[in-house]
Design a protein around this ligand. Sequence first.
Ligand SMILES: [Mn+2]
Length: 336
Amino acid sequence: MDEEILNNINNLLSEKKNIVLIPHSSPDADALGSCLALYHFLKDKNDVSVVSPNQYTEILNFLPGSEEIIVYENDKVKSEILFRDADLIFTLDFNSLGRARNLSNLITGSSAKIIMIDHHENPDDYANIMISNSNMSSTCEMVYDFIYEFDNKKINNKIATCLYTGIVADTGSFRFPSTTSKTLKIGSELINHGVNVTEIFEKLHNNFQFKRLKLLGSTISNFKKIDELPVLYSSISEDDQIINDFKKGDSEGFVNFGLSVEGIFCSVLFIEKKDEGIIKISFRSKGDFKVNIFASRYFNGGGHEHASGGVSKLSLIETEKKFIADIKQYLNENYE
Ligand SMILES: [Mn+2]
């Protein structure tokens, strides 16, 4: 970490502070893991709270300290008091205030100093101290570095469990290109702190309800290939969701199955959201194809080079048609 940043944060943490830690909305394992690891690290000397913009998946309830998380939607008054009294706000695993949804006004309205720790590209300039590095596998890897710089003796089993969970989730269990030898060294270090590798894998991955397995089945059978292109896409219609008791997070990871096919380097999943009048789109790619550029140019989205999102206001069928035309054009222009 930059020496100036280190000194600044050391100064800020030299006395007891009221600290609020914020993950992005609908937080995933990396967002909540990094918040809770910092929570355990900072709470000895400070008053620390984790405030999530909205409810998170109950799958993550195994993370140590999750019972302390305040969900803004369910506890607005308490959250507002915490923001009013905050001296320091950490925003974790997001790069633009919009990702904090309904908390973004509270963040901008607060007199607290804001520290961003994040690994997404092209961060907005809202933080007083910005620790941003898109080469990092995960925000949890960055929080490990952060804690290591300040007091590595404080890393304990709880902190290690939170960080390990976020790292394995964001690296697909140390498989994605962002995994470096340092990522693995950190994983090894965390295992030395007694992390239960198998239990975390079980909690993260073997947690399907039967209906979710059926939804996966229909998503896989809906996959189509675009002629002549190494691209697969599938969709989950409103009907598929009703039949299979769809709950938020149920389609997590489904899009990746497209990339398991030999020769395919882009996989896309369309999810119909009739209540919001939109189609939510997940893009995944590998190799040279940077799907975030495509997502931002054609579908109002963005994200990581190999994992991005987007939206469409057309119908499901029209969205698929537009996608096929756009990706043909885009690949012809850029990857011939
Ligand atoms: Mn992340």
